[in-house]
Design a protein around this ligand. Structure first.
Ligand code: UGA
Ligand code: MN
Length: 329
């Protein structure tokens, strides 16, 4: 009888041990974090543009934990007041067409996630449209709504676009800051059909004079970019009109507010300007290639894309309004 009990006990023993080990392992597992992991966002970035590393572990972990008590008695250093975040002014020329509201919606959804951004929306029109006015009122963004029509003679294929609208934005900016010239700010020309990453705004925020970066899907190539050596722009990677003094798209640069204010006559010119040369003609008035500040990891990252929206197919659209309701699209 005794030996039967013994043999049963030895058969069960390994199983009992396995159960004990499993229970023990389970209780040692760290508890799941109460708050979700922070995701990458421009708000997680310090105002000076530095990224704060994600902390691993709670306040008691890390090499300094034993010093906590001693530190408490020392006077804590006062936190330095952070310098004001430069305002990003985005000038967007826009014109009425079936995709306009869709383009502006995509743009507003991006801009809404960028801190301290002021949107200067300039309609290519004789008056502010109802559609854009209503849209901006609900966009939840600091904005200014301007309008100026492109003269009929310039509305031809092959001629530069949005010259008058960008100049209207520049004039508004200079007027607004004529008495407060020292405020930090950065100007960027944001066409309504491009695609902008949030990281781009972090990069341009630290522009001192004129900064540059690559642009995707432009010039008949996957991307164009400034070539950088020892932190300086020394040339351009481009497949189209490499003779351009600044072989860069409108989406590939930003200018500090100080430079805009100290060069009051710098504007986009109609006379003698060809498509693709507007950027060079403008930049020539305010900077030199040697002065340019390369962004986006020495111009090796594409953070903006010159996407162009396909013309919509409206072949089945009735000539006269047939629906029972009128809908804004
Ligand atoms: C390229 C450049 O990326 C533009 O910055 C440049 O203005 C343009 O060429 C040019 O040839 O002038 P692309 O995609 O060909 O861009 O031009 P669009 O996107 O059609 O126009 C640029 C901006 O001007 C857009 O924000 C668009 O809404 C606006 N636009 C265009 C007007 O305000 N009025 C127009 O009649 C056409
Ligand atoms: Mn475009």
């Amino acid at each position: 009888m005794k030996s039967v009990l013994f043999s049963r006990f030895f058969i069960l023993l390994p199983w009992i041990l396995i159960v004990i080990i499993m229970l023990d392992v389970d209780t040692r597992r760290p508890a799941p974090p109460l708050t979700p992991r922070p995701y990458f966002s421009p708000y997680a970035v310090g105002r000076s543009g530095t990224r704060h590393p994600l902390r691993r572990g709670g306040p008691d972990s890390g090499p300094g934990r034993g010093l906590k008590k001693r530190n408490e008695s020392r006077p804590q250093p006062q936190p330095q007041p952070e310098p004001p975040l430069p305002t990003i002014y985005a000038i967007t020329p826009t014109y009425s067409r079936p995709v306009q509201k869709a383009e502006l919606t995509r743009l507003a959804n991006t801009f809404r996630q960028v801190a301290q951004l002021h949107w200067i929306l300039v309609e290519d029109a004789a008056a502010r449209s109802e559609l854009v006015s209503r849209f901006l009122a609900r966009a939840g963004l600091p904005s200014t709504h301007l309008h100026v029509p492109t003269p009929r003679r310039y509305k031809r294929p092959g001629l530069p676009r949005a010259t008058e609208q960008r100049n209207a934005g520049l004039a508004w900016l200079r007027q607004r800051h004529q008495h407060q010239r020292s405020q930090p700010g950065v100007l960027f020309f944001a066409d309504d059909d491009n695609t902008y990453s949030l990281e781009l705004f972090q990069e341009m925020r630290t522009t001192r004079k004129v900064s540059v970066w690559p642009v995707g899907l432009v010039g008949g190539r996957r991307y164009e970019r400034p070539l950088v050596e020892n932190g300086k722009v020394v040339g351009w990677y481009t497949g189209w009109r490499a003779d351009r003094p600044f072989a860069i798209d409108m989406a590939g640069f930003a200018v500090s507010l100080q430079v805009i204010l100290s060069n009051p006559t710098a504007v986009f010119k109609r006379r003698g300007s060809q498509p693709g040369m507007q950027e060079s003609d403008f930049l020539k008035q305010i900077t030199t290639v040697e002065e340019l500040e390369p962004k986006a990891n020495n111009c090796t990252k594409v953070l903006v894309w010159h996407t162009r929206t396909e013309k919509v197919n409206l072949t089945n659209e009735p000539k006269y309004h047939l629906d029972t309701v009128k809908i804004e699209v």
